[in-house]
Design a protein around this ligand. Structure first.
Ligand code: NAD
Length: 403
């Protein structure tokens, strides 16, 4: 598989080509500021010792403290963490929040370890990152296989809740964090609805992935008169051109752990769902699912990237040629980090904002990011991904300190 950091660099270069941002800025942003690699000694429950590798990459902090999740996965390596950290710098700049970009990871599969062992790994990672993370320096959050529980351990080990976001509400978390990614994606879509040449009769959506992002988006879209015609999860996909009953589908998923077998829906393959005729396609599962192979067959009018990295650069070009707008991940799923920033701000000021307050601030931030991205794409006569990266490069250039 292609080195994901190369993908990130490629995206920066593609945006740099259409803007007049200084070459110095591009050179600096093509290198993370700091890469930290640590060895974590884990005492297993059976008394044996295992050495585990951990990372924190701090890509850029010109606009504020490094910010980004920590991932637990057996395939985590430095290249992946560098790529994810780089994307965070761009995402926070596009969202217009005063934070930079970072990412962490630990190379292990938590599903093969007990809760007590995961807690020891998490606390040891925090100790190993002494002087690296901190509320005004670098603020981690959940990512793949890390949950609010890990954030509670991180905050406790460090001794300050503001060191991390994504905590449960009773441990200093924010209202609205659970829905923030999907809600932010919806606000972006709503802001650009007419620009994207969507018509009210095209309010049909197919969603790949029925986890936090996908399932919450299905619920929100239904509330706004969108018809959810197909959804998938790792076991398969279900389709009903008349629209699925999302509430009943959520119950079915909770009871059976899959969307497959939902009454009143046709089954289809995970690949076929991407090629359905619909107004909106929302990938909300994995990377690299829209490629040069299937992009020519995509029939959606708009792709809303709730997942990180679902479209390859080659597929981006094919979709642009076909007139299909791709609302890029760095904009479409930036609602998550935006409410994370709100959580951090509440912790720093010892405040508690209400759910309507958080929602109103999220809506303003996402609508503004969407509008500015759209304007850049129009100005540079390019796609929304380059438009979004161009906006970020502009904001990062303004924040660049004197060399
Ligand atoms: P999740 O684990 O809650 O859900 C993932 C879903 O994808 C599950 O329903 C799973 O069954 C499904 N899936 C896995 N393999 C699949 C396959 N081959 N075909 C179809 N579906 C498949 O994860 P999430 O938090 O919803 O994250 C999903 C994506 O959104 C990731 O790319 C993540 O990085 C991105 N994202 C999430 C957030 C957030 O706040 N949750 C924020 C930003 C970005």
């Amino acid at each position: 598989m292609k080195n994901p950091f190369e993908n990130a660099l490629n995206q920066i270069r593609r945006a740099a080509d259409v803007t007049d941002v200084k070459a110095d800025v591009i050179s600096i942003l093509s290198h993370p500021m700091r890469e930290v690699r640590v060895s974590i000694p884990l005492k297993r429950d059976d008394g044996s010792l295992e050495m585990i590798e951990g990372f924190r990459v701090q890509h850029n902090n010109w606009r504020g403290p490094f910010k980004g999740g920590i991932r637990y996965h057996q395939d985590v390596d430095i290249h992946e963490v560098k790529a994810l950290a780089t994307w965070m710098t761009f995402k926070t700049a596009i969202a217009g929040i005063p934070m930079g970009g970072g990412k962490g990871g630990v190379t292990f599969n938590p599903k093969e370890y007990s809760q007590a062992e995961i807690e020891r790994v998490t606390r040891a990672w925090v100790r190993a990152m002494d002087g690296v993370i901190g509320p005004t320096v670098d603020v981690p959050a959940p990512d793949v296989n890390t949950r609010p529980q890990e954030m509670v351990w991180i905050a406790d080990e460090f001794g300050n809740p503001a060191v991390t976001t994504g905590k449960p509400i009773e441990a200093g978390g924010s209202e609205g964090r659970g829905e923030a990614t999907a809600q932010g994606g919806y606000y972006v879509l709503d802001e650009l609805f007419e620009d994207l040449s969507l018509e009210p009769e095209m309010k049909t959506v197919a969603i790949q992935g029925f986890g936090n992002a996908g399932r919450t988006f299905a619920r929100i879209a239904t509330r706004h008169e969108w018809k959810v015609i197909a959804v998938s999860d790792s076991r398969g996909a279900v389709y009903n051109p008349e629209g699925l009953d999302v509430e009943a589908l959520e119950r079915h998923k909770d009871e059976t752990r899959s969307v497959v077998g939902f009454e009143g829906a046709q089954e289809m393959t995970n690949e076929a769902i991407l090629e359905l005729e619909c107004g909106l396609l929302a990938p909300a599962a994995l990377e690299n699912v829209i490629t040069q192979e299937n992009a020519p067959r995509i029939q959606a009018k708009v792709v809303l990237e709730l997942a990180n990295g679902p479209t390859t650069p080659e597929a981006d070009d094919i979709l642009f040629e076909k007139g299909i707008h791709v609302v890029p991940d760095v904009l479409a799923n930036a609602g998550g980090v935006t409410v994370s920033y709100f959580e951090w701000e509440q912790n720093m000021k010892d405040e508690k904002w209400t759910a309507p307050d958080v929602d109103a601030k999220l809506k303003t931030a996402m609508a503004d990011a969407a509008r500015q991205t759209w304007d850049r794409a129009r100005e540079y006569k390019t796609d929304l991904r380059r438009g979004a990266f161009a906006l970020a490069l502009e904001r990062l250039s303004e924040a660049q300190p004197e060399l």
